[in-house]
Design a protein around this ligand. Structure first.
Ligand code: WT7
Length: 635
């Protein structure tokens, strides 16, 4: 038996027990046997959650791209590493072998170097799902530059905030992107963002849609000619185990986005290990994760985890609806996909359409189906299981976060018996616990409480870029000596976990993590708006949609003010992006507030959920009369 590859439930329990009893030996053996090091570590783990400080494999040196690319060249040089499926099904797919990937990453790395980018510098990547995205990520890692990928659906303002927060000196983008039948002017968005980013010296522009764009002399450079002239080998930089590999922004319940910092060795070991086990990847399998590399799912389970295992990983540029609702299944048939990993929101959207879109295609290659990003409801689970898996492919409901770097709770397919809506059991090395309202750990089963993790794991984020205090306050202050996830969870009689959702002011919309505060800030910028509050309410496809309560400066006839609603959503689109638009906007004379001035969101949530029979305790409200008024006008 190999502890790197768990094959049945008994092995899982055996490996899990060892990972808890002897975590350092467990991870050391895995690191030793399955990766290439330039120098071995002096100490496997040191940690102190009160500071918080965590370091894995201290003293070791490595380069993650050597592990993801170079070491596969001898046996897998001609194997497809990245299989690119374009937006337009008529455009041929591109198979990039490990050998080709090596060359393209080296050339890109050399271009970065020539542009003056070096170890520790931050590079912002704002690209659509084209091969250059994965290649530029790896090129940064090759030379030790810290990549900060910003999802190419974010607005110019959101992009600028992220570029400035970590002082990126370079931006890598494209002329534009294809999205189903539409094109998006990415370079225009970058140009707008850069009017407020002084630190950016160079912009590299990949050509994708061949649109007319403006190139700023001295700052903007077409990528391809530079790549064509670049040398095709590049010695990988020796990185310390704890050197930052990347920054990835995630929304918080308050304030500006948090730049989660992930480091090199632990992240590599953990994402590779979990990829192997959660997807049961076998040598000739073709694996497809439909996420965008702009999110953590893409970083860990399109790029690093699969490539560290020498896998074939699919990158899909398009959307599930183009040219029709059968696109996902057409791709599964075309590339004989073995593992398919997507989000519940996509499943719910697909399940609403006619089954003929599924039945047209041969899905018999599928062996494992995955979901991530939000709780999957029972109906969607069964639709996925019945129609896609034909009751033959186990579903792995994988729970994790941008902050955790890798999957923490998930079934191991063909080993862990699954129950719909349960993420089931912790991965080896993960020690979850449930905490009650008084900060006490709940040990009995069944139970429900706030989900925490008691012991460090290799891929946890180490800090928030530029704000370690915020890192400590957000994750390590609610419960002493524990990492607090922000999620609530149930644990059943057998110890299976079911994630019930956020317990803070983060709302997950279509699998996107949205903080209420930045959206409220955007709304409040409207000259007619005095104050606002956002809550989530259930939505068939998105899981949650956003409901905004808005107080106007001048009270008047507002119920039908659709223009104002449009303007508010326009502002949100500009400040954050279209994903944060509100489905409902109710203009209201006031918001329910406690005596200390805190908005009582619990009540607003109930009204948005149309569940007003029992509003709970309203005695601490300063203005109980406003609740009646809001209920009367509720949408
Ligand atoms: C939040 C993290 C991890 C990559 C995508 C999201 C929710 C995630 C599940 C799941 C129930 C889930 C949690 C978590 N979430 N996976 N399988 N079941 N909820 O990353 O944007 O950092 O969001 O997504 O609420 O805290 P993220």
């Amino acid at each position: 038996m190999s502890q790197y590859h768990i094959k049945n439930l008994e092995e899982y329990f055996q490996v899990y027990r060892k990972s808890v009893a002897q975590p350092e030996i467990f991870w050391e053996e895995i690191a030793e046997e399955h990766f290439q090091w330039k120098r071995k570590w002096d100490k496997v783990l040191s940690w102190d959650f009160s500071k918080p400080e965590v370091s894995w494999f201290q003293g070791a040196q490595l380069n993650i791209t050597e592990n993801c690319i170079d070491r596969h060249l001898t046996h897998r040089g001609d194997k497809t590493a990245i299989l690119f499926e374009p937006n337009d099904p008529k455009e041929p797919a591109e198979h990039i072998t490990y050998r080709q990937l090596h060359k393209r990453v080296c050339q890109f790395a050399n271009v970065l170097k020539e542009m003056g980018v070096g170890k520790g510098d931050r590079v912002c990547i704002y690209l659509p799902m084209i091969p250059e995205l994965a290649i530029s990520v790896l090129a940064c890692a090759r030379i030790g530059a810290i990549h900060s990928v910003v999802f190419a659906g974010f607005s110019a303002t959101a992009l600028a905030t992220r570029i400035n927060d970590c002082d990126c000196k370079m931006v890598i983008t494209a002329d534009g992107s294809f999205r189903g039948p539409k094109t998006i002017d990415l370079k225009g968005i970058v140009d707008e963002a850069l009017t407020s980013c002084e630190g950016v010296e160079n912009v590299l522009v990949a050509q994708r849609i061949h649109s007319k764009i403006s190139m700023k002399e001295g700052r903007d450079h077409w990528l391809q000619p530079l790549l064509d002239n670049a040398y095709k080998d590049c010695v990988p930089e020796a990185m310390d185990a704890e050197d930052p590999l990347f920054i990835l922004y995630t929304s918080g319940s308050t304030g500006k986005p948090k730049g989660m910092v992930h480091t090199t060795a632990g992240y590599m070991v953990y994402t590779a290990f979990t990829f192997k086990n959660v997807f049961q990847y076998q040598e000739d399998d073709v694996y497809w994760c439909t996420a965008d590399i702009g999110w953590i799912t893409g970083h860990s389970y399109i790029v690093y985890g699969p490539l560290a295992n020498g896998a074939t990983t699919v990158m899909f540029e398009g959307v599930p609806t183009y040219p029709d609702w059968g696109r996902f299944w057409e791709i599964v048939q075309k590339h004989k996909i073995n593992q398919f990993y997507t989000a519940p929101t996509a499943i719910r959207a697909l399940a609403k359409e006619n089954l003929s879109y599924v039945e047209k295609y041969d899905l018999s290659s599928l062996k494992v189906l995955g979901t991530v990003g939000e709780p999957i409801n029972e109906e969607a689970w069964h639709w996925y299981n019945d129609n896609i898996g034909k009751k033959n492919s186990p579903i792995v409901d994988t729970w994790w976060q941008t902050e955790t770097g890798g999957i923490l709770i998930s079934p191991i397919p063909y080993a862990t018996p699954t129950i719909p809506t349960f993420a089931t059991l912790p991965m080896p090395g993960i020690q979850p616990c449930l905490m009650d309202e008084n900060g006490k750990e709940i040990s009995q089963n069944p139970a429900s409480g706030r989900l925490c993790i008691k012991f460090p794991w290799p891929s946890m984020a180490r800090t928030i870029w530029g704000d370690h205090g915020r890192y400590r306050d957000t994750y390590f202050s609610a419960f002493k000596n524990k990492y607090f996830t922000g999620d609530g969870s149930l644990r059943d009689q057998t110890g299976y976990y079911r994630i019930t959702g956020r317990v803070d002011d983060v709302i997950i919309v279509s699998g996107h993590n949205l903080g209420t505060a930045p959206i409220e800030d955007a709304i409040n910028e409207h000259p007619a708006v005095a104050e606002s509050a956002i809550v989530g309410f259930p939505h068939d496809i998105k899981g949650n949609a956003l409901y905004g309560y808005v107080i106007l400066k001048e009270v008047g006839e507002t119920r039908d003010n659709d223009n104002l609603r449009k303007e508010i959503n326009q502002l949100i689109t500009e400040r954050i992006g279209p994903i944060a638009k509100l489905d409902k906007i109710q203009f209201t004379p006031g918001l329910p507030k406690t005596r200390s001035g805190k908005i009582m969101r619990r009540i607003l949530r109930k009204i948005a959920h149309q569940d007003t029979d029992n509003l709970g305790d309203t005695s601490t409200l300063l203005n109980p009369e406003v609740v009646e008024a809001i209920m009367k006008e509720a949408l």
